[in-house]
Design a protein around this ligand. Structure first.
Ligand SMILES: [Zn+2]
Ligand SMILES: [Zn+2]
Length: 364
């Protein structure tokens, strides 16, 4: 079955992007009636359409998921803050999550064991980098505390030399069925067996090291390649570096969320770096050169004669590298002009004769 969603979720539901929750609900109800598998027996595409529709509804009827989707699209639903998609890696996994084992009855089909029960959980960690590291990219060593395959039983959960026996609650299938009533009528839903967690087997004598879980808490050291130009909140996905799966199932993924530490001189502005510089009124009028820091040392910024307060001077190519192609950013120096608070007698004299010369030239 094809589960990929390549259409806009709003389009699937047939609502505007600004639609209210009640619009979304009523459009979903109307469309779902037409394609629910209990109704559209003749449409071979019915199940897919219904799942697609319900997926769109699940997302757009939830304020947090909807805003993640609006901002980042489908990707935002997998990695966005507050959305728990532990153990799921694809849209078809998401479907499985929303629909459990699927609609067993109308399609007379049985799913294989629910992967969500066996695949390792996804984990997340925060990684801080400096602005200088963002400039060049960096390899960082991290330590992740997570559940990993138990050495004592090699992940089986069994005490050495013992075997598992078939689960009596589900007869070894790992699934149990329940009847559900909904606005569309009654249908039968298959779910994961609560007794064996979908494994179809029960452990009689659990491994003493992991208490039958097949997993133990441990720390893993990893190297994370942080590409140049990352932004605060970017997430780097390391496939298979999440928690190990139970009983030999695949590992989850590790999501490394980037935290860019604030810099003492620069404020990041996309790929540009903003900085405030203070110069005297004489320097503003006559022009000068000032020493400024940069991410790779320092440089001299030229302040042209006649520079005004609030002018922004640009030093090209001294900013951050782009995350996805394009040229390097700039350093943007915002100019503040300071007026002396106290003048010596001589300074005052000079300034007065300067003022005398400037009479009638204000603003020039
Ligand atoms: Zn064990
Ligand atoms: Zn069972």
């Amino acid at each position: 079955m094809r589960n990929d969603i390549d259409r806009d979720l709003y389009e699937i539901l047939g609502v505007e992007r600004s639609a209210s929750l009640s619009d979304i609900k009523s459009c979903y109800r109307d469309k779902a009636r037409q394609c629910h598998p209990d109704v559209s027996h003749n449409d071979p595409d019915g199940e897919r359409k219904f799942k697609e529709l319900t997926f769109a509804y699940e997302v757009l009827s939830d304020a947090e998921k909807r805003s993640n989707y609006d901002r980042w699209g489908l990707e935002g639903l997998k990695t966005g803050a507050g959305v728990d998609f532990d153990g799921f890696s694809s849209i078809s996994d998401l479907f499985d999550m929303f629909f459990g084992g699927g609609f067993a009855e109308p399609f007379g089909r049985r799913r294989r064991q629910d992967r969500a029960q066996s695949r390792g959980r996804n984990t997340e960690t925060l990684l801080s980098v400096t602005l200088a590291e963002v400039g060049l990219g960096v390899d960082k060593d991290i330590e992740i505390r997570k559940r990993m395959t138990c050495d004592g039983c090699d992940g089986t959960g069994l005490s050495p030399g013992t075997h598992a026996s078939r689960c009596s609650a589900c007869g070894g299938s790992g699934q149990v069925r329940s009847t559900q009533r909904s606005v569309f009528g009654t249908f039968i839903r298959a779910g994961v067996c609560p007794d064996c967690g979908g494994a179809g087997e029960v452990i009689n004598k659990p491994c003493p090291e992991c208490d039958g879980a097949g997993l133990v808490w441990d720390t893993e050291r990893l190297k994370v390649k942080v590409p140049p130009g990352v932004e605060n909140g970017d997430t780097i996905r390391l496939r298979g570096k999440g928690e190990s799966g139970a009983r030999g199932a695949g590992a989850g993924d590790l999501y490394v969320r980037i935290n860019v530490e604030p810099h003492q001189a620069f404020i990041r502005n996309g790929r540009n770096l903003n900085i405030t510089v203070k110069i005297g009124m004489d320097e503003a009028a006559l022009g000068t050169e000032i020493e400024l820091p940069s991410l790779d040392g320092g440089f001299k910024l030229k302040v042209p004669p006649g520079t005004q307060p609030g002018d922004v001077l640009k030093e090209k190519g001294k900013g951050l590298p782009p995350r996805y192609g394009g040229r390097r950013g700039d350093i943007l120096a915002g100019v503040e002009v300071t007026i002396p608070k106290r003048l010596s007698g001589k300074e005052k004299e000079l300034l007065e004769s300067f003022a005398e010369m400037r009479k009638g030239k204000a603003g020039k």
